[in-house]
Design a binder for this molecule. Sequence first.
Ligand SMILES: [Zn+2]
Length: 126
Amino acid sequence: MHEEPYTQALLDLALREAGGRRIVAIRLGVGQFSAIVAGAVEVFFRHLSAGTPAQGARLVFETVPLELTCTACGRTSGLDGGPDAPVRPALAAALRRGCPCGGARLTITGGLGFDLLGLTVEGGDS
Ligand SMILES: [Zn+2]
C-alpha cells in the first residue's frame, strides 16, 4: 500500500492552499503508470481528513496519460489504445518502436505521478 503517504501529502497541500476555508471538492490527477488505486486513496482520505476543513470533500480523479519524450529530438508521444488499455504492453511496444526521428531512447516524462490539480472551496474556487 503506497496510497497512505501520498494521500497525507495531498491532504496537507490541499489544506495549505485552502487557507482554512472548507474544501468542497479536490481534483486529482492520477498518472496512467502511477499504480495509485483511487479506491484506496478515498478510504485513506476519509480517515485522514476527519476533523480538518477537508472533511467530507468530494474527490474527483482524472487520469493523466503516460507521456514519452525522445531524448534525441524532444518529440513527445503517448501510448496506443487510450487510457483504459493495459499500460505495460503498450509501453513496451512504444519503447521498441522508438521515435520517427530514428532516436531509440524514449524516457517517461508524464503519467507517473499523483498530483493535486485543483480545489473547490466554500465561497468560490481557489
Ligand atoms: Zn526523436
